[in-house]
Ligand binder design. Structure first.
Ligand SMILES: Cc1cc2nc3c(=O)[nH]c(=O)nc-3n(C[C@H](O)[C@H](O)[C@H](O)COP(=O)(O)OP(=O)(O)OC[C@H]3O[C@@H](n4cnc5c(N)ncnc54)[C@H](O)[C@@H]3O)c2cc1C
Length: 395
């Protein structure tokens, strides 16, 4: 297997990267390719491994011990993408735990006070505490502005009531960034962010949700959950902006994880088609098989260009990369699904045997087309960026 085929890295598309990206990508690749000890799927153990490999430094800004970015108070999106691409190649669980350390801490990077940053970010960096981002509710999925968790003023503090579902790291997180409405009469302008900890009175972990691929996720509830005002993150009514800015920064990184999974599927396929013999020759000699391989590699490279274009634009200081990130996320996750499906096909019956790499990838990649904005929503977002104001019609 050639080196180019066997792991994603920063050694191509060099125009997108700085010299310090190469050792980071190498560290992520080393961890992703290391054999993972049987039964070590505990998210806390995974976070410790990620910290020990120096990868969680990509989740927090340089000012709290993270990696040098253009702005010492920002994260470097290309770094997050490179790590997710490498981890996605190795294990969906590794990628999930890494991504959540970023998604559940970036709102604190964006809107946290000095005290909040000091209290939560170093523990995330060391892998000692798992982070979560809680916006989805049973009746507010794609339409997050319809969330019904409320935050009521109570003396100097707040009381939260409501339920959040499909929350990654539910039940294992050390803190949750929770979005609740402090003034429902103002719609999305009432949405406010809070930091909730599992020991807070009125916080309830309702249970885990079993997923088709390994992913710690579940439902949490708030029944008269009391918080001091020091747990409010950002201004009252600023929650929707904080949530959208976080998702804007991380959206392209979902595409990067998909790239890693698809690259692994291509690698597995190249290996398989050169070894598997039918009709007296390696199946790689059949032109139909070669056509599949060519399509897989081309889709993968096209997706990679879109993903790293979005990450690069963000790192150069673009305030929003809505169009670029949506294109990268949508194209890469859809392309990855097609590439992995082809890989299963090229493996024949072996491709659907539980435990075979392409079978695992087939299950792991599916959720990426749904979370952090479904493909359908990315298409609306992209069209919204293209059309003049007033020409979009009803959403
Ligand atoms: C593995 C996984 C991890 C997740 N982790 C988190 C997390 O950590 N934190 C968190 O808050 N949430 C998380 N989520 C929730 C995720 O963000 C939502 O599942 C997603 O936003 C979709 O919402 P929904 O499931 O309610 O689907 P729905 O909103 O019910 O959508 C169902 C279908 O309708 C389509 N649809 C909806 N509206 C439109 C429209 N206007 N136009 C066209 N089509 C439309 C959708 O595209 C989709 O195909 C996670 C989900 C998964 C699967």
């Amino acid at each position: 297997m050639s080196r180019r085929a066997c792991a994603p890295s920063s050694d191509d598309l060099t125009f997108f990267f700085d010299p310090w990206h190469a050792p980071l990508a190498e560290a992520a690749r080393t961890l992703a390719m290391a054999p993972w000890p049987e039964g070590e799927e505990d998210p806390h153990a995974v976070a410790k491994q990620l910290a020990a490999a120096g990868l969680l430094r990509a989740c927090v800004p340089a000012s709290v011990g993270g990696l040098a970015a253009r702005d010492p108070d920002a994260i470097d999106v290309r770094a997050v993408c490179l790590v997710r691409e490498a981890l996605g190649w190795g294990s969906g669980l590794l990628d999930t735990i890494f991504a959540m350390q970023g998604l559940g801490s970036y709102p604190i990077v964006l809107a946290g006070t000095a005290a909040q940053r000091e209290e939560y970010l170093p523990a995330v960096l060391r892998g000692e505490s798992l982070a979560a981002f809680a916006i989805t509710e049973p009746e507010a999925g794609t339409d997050v502005s319809a969330l019904s968790t409320v935050a009521r003023r109570d003396g100097d503090g707040w009381v939260l009531d409501g339920e959040k579902t499909f929350i990654s790291n539910a039940g294992v997180a050390g803190h949750y960034v929770v979005f609740a409405n402090a003034d429902p009469s103002r719609g999305r302008r009432g949405i406010t962010a809070f930091i909730v900890r599992p020991g807070d009175p009125g916080f309830i972990f309702r249970g885990a949700i079993p997923m088709m691929a390994d992913h710690p996720i579940g439902t949490i509830g708030f029944e008269g959950c009391r918080l001091g005002d020091e747990r409010r993150l950002g201004a009252v009514g600023d929650g929707f902006r904080i949530a959208m800015s976080t998702l804007d920064a991380f959206r392209s990184t979902v595409g990067a994880a998909a790239l890693g999974m698809a690259r692994r599927a291509l690698d597995e396929s190249l290996d398989r088609v050169t070894k598997r013999r039918q009709f007296g020759k390696a199946i790689a000699e059949f032109q139909t098989v070669q056509g599949y391989l060519a399509d897989m590699a081309t889709e993968l490279d096209a997706a990679r260009l879109l993903v790293f274009r979005a990450a690069w634009a963000k790192d150069r200081g673009a305030p929003r990369v809505t169009l670029e990130a949506s294109m990268g996320k949508m194209f890469a996750t859809e392309a990855a699904q097609r590439v992995i499906d082809r890989a299963v096909q090229l493996h024949g019956g072996t491709g659907v045997v539980r435990g075979v790499a392409v079978e695992r990838l087939y299950r792991e990649v599916r959720a990426l087309r749904i979370y952090e904005g479904t493909t359908e929503v990315q298409r609306l977002v992209i069209a919204g960026q293209l059309l003049p104001k007033g020409a979009k019609g009803e959403a």
